[in-house]
Ligand binder design. Structure first.
Ligand code: NAI
Ligand code: 15L
Length: 267
């Protein structure tokens, strides 16, 4: 079931990689975008803001029908940096939507919220509990829980997308399983913006990959129909990198090498 699509959508983190894909694709679904980032972006309706600044976040949210929240640190970093941009920043975002009466958020969560879940055979659904592999993944688990709280307490609906790897093409053998193509990313975000009565729903975000170890049932239930499959890149990636060693973290855990990252070497 779908609902009336929101017209104006705030895209946080609009200057980033996924932001660039969605800036190009979402207008084709009929959305008018308000772009926001720490970095300036050329465009009719764009603003520079810092998620760490609650008043600036509220100003950015005012008047929009929905938010696609991509902004923040997208890799492992120091706890303090993740705390400010991702944990406090996402809190500022949810306080802003609560106060402004914005009904729907699409939250860019990550496979790293569940990165220590082992790949032991069988498709893994989106109901698997948080098992973060980094402070970054922890911030995504926090964001999902914050979304749950604001849905239950204040009626702000969210779809949390546990995105695999959203790039123009898969870059590694692992990404033959985790790839979310730019086109499928737009299809997934559109489904997340328009599905009715989502409360707080967590979905896995990948394409229809032959080598997927995530299942897409909850995403498909929102109306997501993926069109792409990373398998067309398999021959080239396997020729370059060889098959995955079963002992390698990419073959053992959802979060792959992030399980091996020591944040104290990231500062
Ligand atoms: P990115 O790092 O390219 O973009 C993030 C954007 O957020 C940047 O433009 C940055 O300037 C902005 N930002 C950072 N701190 C900010 C702050 N304090 N205030 C305002 N803006 C700030 O990341 P990417 O790849 O575009 O990812 C987008 C979102 O999707 C991120 O939240 C990331 O964690 C999530 N994600 C991405 C995946 C991928 O494969 N690209 C996989 C899983 C999750
Ligand atoms: C993420 O969460 C990152 O933001 C992205 O840069 C990739 O590292 C991705 O996960 C991945 O696991 O491939």
């Amino acid at each position: 079931m779908t609902t009336t699509p929101p017209r104006t959508v705030l895209l946080t983190g609009a200057a980033g990689g996924v932001g660039a894909f969605l800036r190009a694709s979402l207008p084709g679904y009929g959305y008018r975008l308000r772009l926001a980032d720490l970095k300036p972006i050329d465009g009719a309706e764009s603003l520079v803001f810092d998620l760490r600044d609650a008043a600036a976040v509220r100003e950015a949210v005012r008047g929009v029908d929905a938010v696609v929240h991509l902004g923040g640190i997208s890799l492992e970093d120091s706890f303090e940096a993740v705390l400010e941009a991702n944990i406090q920043g996402t809190y500022h975002l949810y306080e802003a939507v609560r106060k402004e009466g914005t009904p729907r958020v699409v939250f860019a969560s990550s496979n790293h919220a569940v990165g220590y879940v082992p790949l032991v055979g069988g498709a893994i659904g989106s109901a698997v509990p948080a098992r973060p592999d980094t402070y970054y993944g922890l911030s995504k688990a926090f964001g999902e829980n914050l979304a749950s709280l604001y849905a239950d307490k204040y009626g702000v609906e969210t779809v949390s997308l546990r995105i695999g790897s959203c790039f123009a093409e898969p870059r590694s053998v692992r990404m033959l399983s985790t790839w979310l193509s730019p086109g499928d990313c737009a299809r997934l975000v559109h489904a997340a913006l328009t599905a009715a009565d989502v409360g707080h729903t967590v979905v896995n975000g990948i394409s229809a990959n032959t080598r997927a170890w995530w299942d897409l049932r909850s995403a498909r239930a929102l109306g997501y129909v993926p069109q792409d499959d990373a398998e067309i890149y398999a021959e080239g990636l396997l020729a370059t990198h060889g098959p995955l060693d079963p002992a390698h973290p990419d073959a053992r855990f959802i979060g792959g090498s992030f399980t091996q990252t020591d944040p104290h070497h990231c500062v």
